[in-house]
Structures are given as structure tokens and as C-alpha cells.
Design a protein around this ligand. Sequence first.
Ligand code: AMP
Length: 418
Amino acid sequence: MKYTSIKGMSDIMPPASAAWRKLENTALTVFGSYGYKEVRTPMLEKTELFIRSIGSDTAVVEKEMYSFKDQSDDMLSLRPEGTASTVRAYIESGAYQAEAVAKYIYIGPMFRRERPQKGRYRQFHQIGVEALGIASPLIDAEQIAMCDHFFKELGLKDYSIEINSLGCKECRPGYNKIFGDFLTSKKVHLCGDCLRRIEKNPLRALDCKNPACIEAMKDAPLIGEYLCGDCKAHMSEVQKYLKELGTKFVVNQRIVRGLDYYVRTAFEFITTKLGSQNAFGAGGRYDGLVKELGGPDVSGVGFALGVERILLLMEEGGLQLKEKEALVFFALMGEPARERLVPIIDKLRQDGVYVELDYDNHSLKSQMRRADKLFAHTVVIIGDEEIKKGVAIVRNMHTKEQEEVKFDDLVRHFVRVD
Ligand code: AMP
């Protein structure tokens, strides 16, 4: 009897395993410099967790989960994605009581019973991050820019970044109604799945790959003009920060995402090099999910990258990874300080300096407390006065000495050029 692995599930053997290890280490280093700390959660969870978070009428939950009853009659599922488990662990550990902001990275296998093909497997691997407790649109933009840096570090070139706003519980129902009416008017052209979506979740029809549906949806009403004022403002702030961060993106109002929990920002990393599997990473904002799963009412933003697809892209481009070894806390007071310093912070991170900052305008005292907790060796303090003078106060947390450093000299101050 010769045993083989299960269809769509592969062994990772040397020498390929070395490339996997390097990719994972690079992700831990790059994302680590933005403050993301590793979490490892079980691969099995109660099925209910995924139904509640991902949504009962999504393809993942309806058709793709590996679920079974164990000997105690508990309904369990192999995790099909990482956000639900990470949020569950965040709530269960009470991490939010100790820290207002939590940033997590996870790496590991996910399971979906899809039709296997190049770039699509039944056990696949994701590198994902979640930022919990940050309301500012800066974090949405920062995560997108962070991925962009990661991909550049890997040497990837042929990809684009697409962003959209999916609205919120205030404005999405109105759009859903308009879009549902549009779908109804196109009924004769739609596939069975899209006909069912009219009632349950019309938006998802925009994701249908059926050529007749794509054609029918060509002049569909798009969400942009139906967004409420808050969602519009959030979207324009995300774009403003992306521009400040120098990250190129396009707005694609047809991105809807396959999971129910997204609100406002959604984004995808798209390539033309992987055939029909054109997205190799995706994410967005999921305010409301933590509360829905029994936790505090805090915001969430995260993404997941497909390891196999990234490695395929690297192979395609003949790329090999060189590993690079890799806290400075920025206490920023007021929007002018943030606007001025965000590009500098970004440059530092790109140069491998681990930088953390305050996103939501806390008092200087509370920011200094957080810097202490994070064991920052240096705190850079900037308020309106410093903005006027064009200098930052750089405080050594060990000696408590302070000096003034011109904004233009900050990167050089922290990055040694040999
Ligand atoms: P999702 O969780 O569906 O947003 O997917 C995020 C990323 O995971 C995708 O962009 C892919 O890179 C990867 N991915 C999702 N499903 C699969 C699969 N069945 N096989 C391989 N990679 C996948």
C-alpha cells in the first residue's frame, strides 16, 4: 500500500522549506518593526466562531470548511482563516485590559475545501496581521504601505494595490437595496448563486466570476456615491496617508471581499502573473467584529497574505530572499505633528528601525507611559512648538538626557550609515 498526501495538501520539503523559513523570518522582522507581535492559536475552533464572524452565507462557511463532530458531540472546524481565532484569543486572554492597542502577527496553515489548481490549495498558508484598538485611518494606510515594503523587500514588482470602501451599517443597507434592485432588473442574465445573493447579500454578486454575470454587472451602481459622510471622510483620509507614505494605489469599487465582517476599508494586492488566482493578499477594516464575538467595542484592521502565492511570484521572477537582521517611540501631539512625521517614521521602518507611535492623540503623559511599557530606548516628542521650529525633542530613556534634532536629520540620527 502506497500512501499519498490528501488532494490539495502538500508537503514542504527541502530545499523549498528553506525559502519558506526565510520568508516567514522576513515577515516577522518587517512587520515586527511596525510593532506586530506573534500569536499562535489552535488550528481547530468551534464551528460557531467562524459562522458568527465570517458569515453564514459566505462561500467559505457554506461550502469550504472542514467540519466534524468530535467524540463529545462538539461541532469543530479547521480554521479557514486567521482573524476569527486571533480575535477570539485576544478577547479570551483579556489582552485589551492591559493594553489599549494590540498588534498581532500570525503565520500558519488554513484549510478550505476548494477546487485545487495552481495557487489554490486545500491546506494553504497565510501570514496575517491584526491591529486592534486603533480607530484612526492612519492604521489602514500604514498596513497597506507596510505590505508594499514587505513585497519590495522580497523583490516583487508586478503587482498593484487596489482599495475600496464598503461603507458601514449606516450606509451599506441603502446601497444594498439599490444594488439589489439593479440585480433584480438583470435577473434573466444571472447565475443561480447571484440570484440567491439578491436576497441575502447582493454585494457579493460583484465578485462573481461567471462571464454572463460580469457582463450584466458592467453598469451596476457602485458604492462610492452612496457612502455616508463618515465613511467618505475615512476613505479620503486613508488615501491622504497613502499618498504621504508614497504608496501607489488605485480605487476599485468592485472589491467586495468574501467575508462578511469588513466595514469601510477593503484592499487587495493584485498580480497578473498567477492566472485566475490574481489576489495574493487582502484585508480591511472590521470594526464591530470584536464586540460581536463578545469583546470590547474596539476597532480592527488586518490582512492576510498567501504564502504559496508569494513564493510562486518570487519563483516566476527568479527572486531569492536575502535575510536582513533588524524601539523608538514617537510621541506626537496634534495632527500637524502626525502629518509631518508619518513619512519620516516610515523611512525609519524601511531602514529596519523598530518604531512605534501614538495614533489617537493621547496625552503626553499617557504616551510616555506606553513608551515605557514597550521598553522604548528613545522617545521623540513633537508638538506644535516643535513643528514651528522644525526640530524634534529626542529623549534618551536610559540617561533621561534630551537633545533637539532637526526633522531633516532624524533618519540619519537613528540609522547608522557605515
Ligand atoms: P482571504 O482570506 O480569502 O482574504 O485570502 C487572503 C489570501 O490568502 C489570498 O489573497 C490568497 O493569497 C490566500 N488564499 C486564500 N485562499 C487560498 C487557497 N485556497 N489556496 C492558496 N492561497 C489562498
